[in-house]
Design a protein around this ligand. Structure first.
Ligand code: TMP
Length: 228
C-alpha cells in the first residue's frame, strides 16, 4: 500500500518543526513507519542548497533565482527520498513543500515571480504529484518573527535571510498561504498556531484523523527515520 504524504506550511516562527516531531511520535506509537523530512535540505545535495538560500545577505539573489533553487532542492528531495518512502508504505511528513515557494517567492514579493511561473516550475520539477494533506500553521507575523529571532540566538550559522525582510513581506506571504488553502480545500487545512504546543498538537491530530484516518487504521510496524 502506498504511504501518505503530509506537509506542514506557514510563515516564520509558527512552530512547524515542533508539530512535525510531535505528529511523527504519535503516529509511530500507533504503529506507522514514519519519515520526517524538510525543505530545503531534506537530502545531502539539499543541505548545500539550503545554506545558499537561508544564510547570508538577503539581497544576494532575487526571487527568481530563489524559486529555481527551491525547486531544484524539491525535485531531488522528491525523487531520492519522498517517493521511495511512499512506495514502501511509509508516512512522510515534510516541514515545508511547494506551497512555501508560492507563498514566499510569489506572494511574499508581491508577485515578482508570477503564479504562472511558479506553477510551471511545479509541473517541471514535481509533475502530478502532490501532498495528501497540507497543514498550514497561521500566526501573526510579528509574533512569529520574535520567536524565530529568539531561536536563532543559539544557532552557530544564523539562518535569518528571510526573517530579515520587511514585515510587509511576511504579511503578504501569510495572506498567500490563506489564498493557497482556499484554492485547494480538499488538500489544505489552516490551523491557528497561536495556542499552546499541546493544544495545537491536538488540533493537528484531529485533522490527520478526519482527513486520513491514520489513528483508527491498523498497522503493525513502528519505526521513525529522521533527517538531521
Ligand atoms: P525553515 O526555516 O522553515 O527551515 O525554512 C527555511 C526558509 O526558507 C524559511 O525562511 C522559508 C524559506 N522558504 C522559501 O522562501 N521558499 C520555499 O520554497 C521554502 C521551502 C522555504
Amino acid at each position: 500500500m502506498r504511504g501518505k504524504f503530509i506537509t506542514f506550511e506557514g510563515g516564520e516562527g509558527t512552530g512547524k518543526s515542533t508539530q512535525v516531531e510531535l505528529l511523527a511520535r504519535t503516529l509511530v506509537k500507533k504503529g506507522w513507519d514514519v519519515v520526517v523530512t524538510k525543505e530545503p535540505g531534506g537530502t545531502e545535495v539539499g543541505k548545500e542548497i539550503r545554506r545558499l538560500l537561508v544564510c547570508g545577505d538577503k539581497d544576494k539573489m532575487d526571487a527568481t533565482a530563489e524559486a529555481l533553487l527551491y525547486y531544484a532542492d524539491r525535485h531531488i528531495h522528491m525523487v531520492q527520498k519522498i517517493l521511495p518512502a511512499l512506495e514502501n508504505g511509509k508516512i512522510v511528513i515534510s516541514d515545508r513543500f511547494a506551497d512555501s515557494t508560492k507563498a514566499y517567492q510569489c506572494y511574499g514579493y508581491g508577485e515578482r515571480v508570477s503564479k504562472e511561473v511558479v506553477d510551471e516550475l511545479y509541473r517541471i520539477a514535481v509533475g502530478d504529484f502532490k501532498p495528501d494533506l497540507t497543514i498550514v500553521l497561521d500566526i501573526d507575523p510579528e509574533k512569529g518573527l520574535r520567536r524565530s529571532f529568539a531561536k536563532a540566538d543559539n544557532m552557530a550559522e544564523k539562518e535569518l535571510r528571510f526573517e530579515s525582510r520587511a514585515l510587509e513581506f511576511h504579511t503578504n506571504l501569510r495572506e498567500g498561504f490563506k489564498i493557497i488553502a482556499e484554492e485547494e480545500p480538499e488538500r489544505c487545512v489552516v490551523l491557528d498556531a497561536d495556542k499552546s504546543i499541546d493544544e495545537l498538537h491536538q488540533s493537528v491530530m484531529n485533522v490527520v484523523e478526519q482527513r486520513l484516518g491514520l489513528f483508527t487504521e491498523k498497522c503493525d510496524s513502528n519505526h521513525i527515520e529522521e533527517i538531521g
